[in-house]
Design a protein around this ligand. Structure first.
Ligand SMILES: O=C(O)CCC(=O)C(=O)O
Length: 274
């Protein structure tokens, strides 16, 4: 079975980047502490019951297997997810992988992903697959991160990855021996490149696997998750310039102009209820 490179958070970033660039995936351990993960779960818990996903019977054709839950719009819902979204390691890898292709990169998808007992493995795919217009191997379009809120194990849905597949051309399929499972303790983060084949693993255990996926794309691409609609304007106005850029509140060159007099929230006049 092929191997996912591993580093500790204290290792030199150049070494981590070299491993990620080479294998197309990387586990970094000891990145978040228990307090952050507990706060994040508390912030997201009230929204989980309305989460999308396939909690019931499995449709074998569905992209999301049964017994999984998926909740998006994390930036609006959780302050701790905003810290993860701007984590220095992600900003560094984003600058290296996406920086040469754009003025600034942006958030592409934010979601809490739970894989429950009985979930089958998800079909292998690439984050870049919606951009079918580019032939494989595609230019650098996307960087993905998966934050382990609980342990990720081979038996509870740890992410499957195919190291090296970010360099593959059309028609090459992964052999079973080329698939590796991301086993990592809670507090780790898994990175992979937009061209790397991956998918959630099967859960044959009794516990739910809980991860937060945050992906980034070139600042001029259409995002998979529409941040301008998923982050209310009055909340975005409180963000740092970095997070405003990531959530598409700023222009990319000549792209994305808007008239702030139209989208700006109107202050309520005294005595008026809105
Ligand atoms: O949950 C995982 O480990 C991977 C999820 C994924 O690839 C997806 O939802 O597209």
């Amino acid at each position: 079975m092929s191997r996912i490179p591993r580093h500790e958070a204290s290792d030199p970033v150049d070494d981590m980047w070299a491993a990620l660039d080479e294998a197309g995936c990387l586990v970094v351990t000891d990145v978040t502490d228990t307090d952050l993960r507990d706060r994040l779960r508390r912030e997201l818990e009230p929204h989980m019951p309305e989460a999308g996903g396939q909690t019931g019977l499995d449709d074998p054709e569905a992209f999301y297997p049964g017994h999984t839950r998926r909740m998006t719009a994390l930036i609006a819902r959780s302050e701790e997810s905003r810290k993860l979204a701007t984590h220095p390691l992600s900003m560094d890898f984003g600058a290296r992988h996406l920086g040469p292709g754009c003025e600034h990169f942006q958030l592409h998808v934010t979601a809490a992903l739970e894989v429950g007992p009985g979930a089958r493995r998800q079909v292998l795919h690439r984050e870049e697959d919606p951009f079918t217009f580019f032939p494989l191997p595609r230019p650098n379009l996307i960087l993905a991160s998966m934050w382990a809120i609980t342990d990720f194990r081979a038996d509870n849905g740890g992410t499957q990855l195919v190291p090296g597949s970010h360099r593959w051309g059309v028609g090459r399929e992964a052999e079973p021996g080329e698939i590796a499972l991301a086993e990592m303790p809670a507090g780790s983060v898994l990175y992979w490149l937009g061209g790397t084949l991956h998918g959630a693993g099967a859960n044959t255990a009794g516990d739910w696997r809980y991860g937060v996926i945050l992906t980034y794309s070139l600042g001029w691409l259409r995002q998979e998750e529409n941040q301008a609609l998923d982050v209310p304007s009055d909340l975005a106005a409180t963000f740092s310039p970095e997070l405003q850029r990531l959530t598409s509140r700023t222009m990319h060159g000549a792209l994305g102009f808007f008239d702030p007099r139209v989208g700006r929230p109107v202050p309520a006049s005294p005595g008026e209820r809105r």
